[in-house]
Design a protein. Structure first.
Length: 141
């Protein structure tokens, strides 16, 4: 039997308090996302779609989800192979585009940078805030 993992959330459109969706320009895009046992997360649409620029939007969250999933998988693989990783960062970027009348993600590029005391990656070195050398690997698409 395959092992499964379930994730439950509750999303509530809080913008309704400011009025109904009477027209595209006039309604609030704000929402609350709840996960049992964790603090409520406030979000909105991207400012391009009339959202609040001070709140995280679903497009950013998708890029964060892909980047963090990749990082956690990479760190787990390194740990199982007894490879010490002392630093990791990823300057991920997602692209949405309109094609055939629909808007969709066309690409997400992950640019992980990591350091290991045994084998630091040597191209594109950069100093992180804690003084460890961070290096770029090839972008992952």
């Amino acid at each position: 039997m395959a092992k499964t993992h379930r994730y439950s959330t509750l999303l509530t459109w809080t913008g309704a308090a400011r009025g109904p969706t009477a027209d595209y320009a006039g309604y609030s895009r704000e929402f609350d996302a709840q996960i049992a046992g964790k603090s409520t997360f406030k979000g909105s649409a991207d400012p391009t779609f009339r959202g609040d620029p001070s709140l995280h939007n679903p497009e950013e969250l998708l890029v964060i989800a892909l980047s963090s999933c990749h990082m956690l998988s990479y760190l787990a693989e390194c740990a199982m192979a007894k490879i010490a990783v002392v630093a990791y960062e990823d300057a991920a970027e997602g692209t949405m585009a309109m094609a055939e009348g629909r808007i969709r993600f066309t690409e997400v590029v992950l640019r992980p940078r990591c350091a290991s005391p045994r084998a630091p990656i040597s191209h594109a070195p950069k100093r992180s805030t804690n003084g460890r050398t961070m290096s770029a690997s090839s972008p992952t698409r």
